[in-house]
Unconditional design. Structure first.
Length: 92
């Protein structure tokens, strides 16, 4: 699995103002269908990557991992795998 460097940045709000519902898209339109296929392809290409934990603004590498399971389809379906941090692995 590839390990990528995720940028460390402070938490910011992505939204300002009141909630607004996104418009509906007609996927019978070739342009909308092409755009959604491209978006799905991009996300699929990023599956399986590993990222360092960021604790207290610092990157933490761990060997241990936690597997998340789909409770609707136990025990065979893994949803994701995350790195595991212990109190001893947090930066001081």
């Amino acid at each position: 699995m590839a390990t990528l460097e995720a940028p460390v940045r402070p938490r910011t709000s992505l939204h300002s103002g009141p909630f607004v519902t996104e418009p509906f898209y007609d996927f019978r339109s070739e342009e909308n269908a092409r755009r959604i296929r491209a978006a799905i392809s991009k996300v699929r290409s990023q599956l399986g990557r590993e990222y360092d934990l960021i604790i207290g603004g610092k990157r933490v590498k761990t060997a241990e991992k936690i597997k998340s399971l789909n409770p609707a389809k136990p025990p065979r379906s893994s949803v994701s795998t995350r790195k595991r941090a212990a109190i001893t692995s947090s930066p001081r």
